[in-house]
Design a binder for this molecule. Sequence first.
Ligand code: G3P
Ligand code: CA
Length: 266
Amino acid sequence: TVPEVLADLGERPLVIAHRGGKGLWPENTLFAFERAVALGVDMLEMDLHLSQDAELVVIHDDTLERTTNGRGPVAHYSLAELQALDAGYHWTADGGQSYPYRGQGTRIASLREVLEQFPLIPKVVEIKVPDVGMEALLCETLASYDQLDRVLVGSFHERSLKRFRELCPEVATSAGPVSVRLLLALNWLGLSDLLSPSYPVLQIPPQHSGLTLATPRLLRNAQARGLHVQLWTINEQPDMRRLLEMGANGLITDYPDRALQLLGRS
Ligand code: G3P
Ligand code: CA
């Protein structure tokens, strides 16, 4: 059955803005999410870390150097300290010739801000750090903003997903890494019939370690078991076209403008 978070989106392939569309503007920022929504994406994807004062913050890396003018681990700073940084500092579209967002007031967002500002659009939220209590906090936060049905939760940490599912059974989750490997192995062996997935969404890259994961057979088998297949991170239109023709249910992309154009939605 289609999870609540995807139910309103219908059958069409979904355009999912990876980190808000990191190819187009500074990733994981309110600015990016606002622009992606204006573009007409179906879902916003974002990553979560925990600040020193136990606030959920929207940032991809463990450390601040790549995206901000700060230094060191995210977890060493309070939300207020993190929000004093420039989250557009390193963004460039021309290989470092220019930094158009530097000094423009682009901040790191808290999850609360995202939920307040974007209550309706479905979101893919990724737990980046296991074992620090993010699962319970995420569940409580989503519940307090009445958005348990607006979010799909994913993680590369199987135990984090397991914990989250126990604490927050109302929220849809995507397959964790162990389930993904099992599914791929069964598909490879022609034993997909043995699958009875307990999660509604499969998010995988089309290739991994030199292997092609997204094949017509995998998509067919996964979809026959009720799974919605979203592929990441698809940035070139020929790849987008090929995967859509293969039957992908969603494209997670740094360039949602390209996907929308291809789909005739811009
Ligand atoms: O949805 C999966 C995708 O977001 C994983 O890649 O490293 O950008 O979080 P990453
Ligand atoms: Ca992510």
